[in-house]
Design a protein around this ligand. Structure first.
Ligand code: FES
Length: 136
């Protein structure tokens, strides 16, 4: 969530141009194809910084990038839960929290430290995952 003066080093991923992130709308970026860990939602913070997070609501598999940003809160488009962009917690139920990534800006780009890519699923695990997603 801080802006570093030095260029990000190993482990940082360039996500998007800072100028591409609207003031009141999150920007969704896919960096790793089908791998969910590469789904990134970037929001512009009220103080002028940026926050990158997993583009998945902690409630259901809905992209937070489809929501809206206002007064330091991100509203999910799924069921309108609101998350405080200061810490990612749901405003009325702090046990629910967005997955924030360490974020910085360098040379006009938003960078994030993403988790390691998920290992590839076997056929059985993939089928179970698909079945779970369809029942949500
Ligand atoms: S999917 Fe986000 S609030 Fe339900």
């Amino acid at each position: 969530m801080s802006d570093l003066d030095a260029a990000p080093g190993e482990g940082w991923t360039r996500v998007c141009r800072a100028s591409d992130v609207p003031a009141d709308t999150p920007l969704g970026v896919e960096l790793r194809g089908e791998d969910e860990t590469g789904r990134v939602c970037v929001v512009r913070l009220p103080g002028g910084g940026f926050q990158a997070m997993l583009d998945r609501c902690p409630h259901r598999d809905i992209r937070l990038s489809g929501g809206m940003v206002r007064d330091g809160l991100l509203t999910c488009p799924g069921h309108f839960w609101r998350f405080d962009l200061a810490d990612g917690h749901r405003t009325d139920e702090p046990g629910q929290v967005c997955t924030f990534h360490p974020t910085t800006v360098h040379d006009g780009w938003v960078w994030a430290r993403l988790p390691e890519p998920a290992p590839p699923l076997g056929m059985r695990e993939w089928l179970l995952q698909q079945a779970r997603q369809r029942s949500e």
